[in-house]
Design a protein around this ligand. Sequence first.
Ligand SMILES: [Zn+2]
Length: 381
Amino acid sequence: MTKKITIFTVLTIFAVVISVLALPGLRSIADSRNKETAYEFSVDGEKWFIVSDKEKLDDLLQEYKEEYLQNIDKNALVKRLDLQSKTEIISVEVKPEEINSWEEVKTKIYAKENQATIIEVQKGDNLWNIAKANEISIEELEGLNPEINPEKIYPGDKLVVKPFKPVLDVIIELENTVVQSIPFKVTQEKDNGMYRNQKKTIKEGTEGEKEVTYSIILTNGYQASLDIIDEKILKEPVNAVVKIGTKTTVSRGGSVNYGVVQGKRISSSFGSRIHPITGKRSYHDGVDIAATHGNGVYAYSNGRVVSAGYNGGYGNNIVVDHGNGLKTRYAHLSVISVKAGQKVETGQRIGSVGSTGTSTGSHLHFEVIKNKKTVNPLNYI
Ligand SMILES: [Zn+2]
């Protein structure tokens, strides 16, 4: 009897021990039946989410990156399109409930650190004071707004002053080759047989052409760097030759008499330029002549003042109609000395050189409009 009980007890204890030992094993077998292979996405070593379909995740990430190619010239060569952070996709075994929904995944991928700050141009604003007020440089401001023409910003225009910042930064490396124009110069020939203020164009100038290859890096669609890596001249410019009465070529400290102003040099020439990132063409409708603040600005020839006042990026500016479809514009003036409707004569002082409107220094923007189209002023002065 005692012996039987003892055996029974031993067997019972044995069974209990076995079952206790076996239970976790059985549980894990049951668990692994519920687990499935999934993919864990991490950014800089930090786990972000788990998805069931790796290919679909790859497609989503590609789609996200490609959104940043939207405003880029279709002809540009995309050499790199990457996330800036180090990302990893690894295979994991997880329970179904650990897998994130595609909605959650998209929300995480497209998360923003901050929206872009956009300001509206007010009356009297120019790129110079907007850049200063927002503590950025003019170059940065132009980089954030590649579509703008600095001399043509008007009240109501919207400008980005602080870029949009996503959580997942996208780096793009581009190479783009565009044809840019080469401005021509004016060669002045002194002629003592000609009267003072008399000028005669002997030969009209024509612009040249060059093929420029740019290497560009963009962060989240905004220009981070832009370098010229190759330049090939397709057509040399032909300089204009102007004969000028000797008495008018007053040379004061290396300054040049451009007729409409006594200036130092042409600081920006007339013509169009193709933006290396957007591939869009922008125009500089006149020539910028660097000149001392306060220097006289003179009417190109006889005519009537069409407008005289402040106008957006041009600042204080005057437009004179000379008849026969010819008009001239004088911009960024510090002083306007004429009124709309007033008659002016060749060489009459109409204002003073300044730096109003979009201007980084004292200069005259001189524009010639022939039959409602701007033409190269260097063929006229
Ligand atoms: Zn200009």
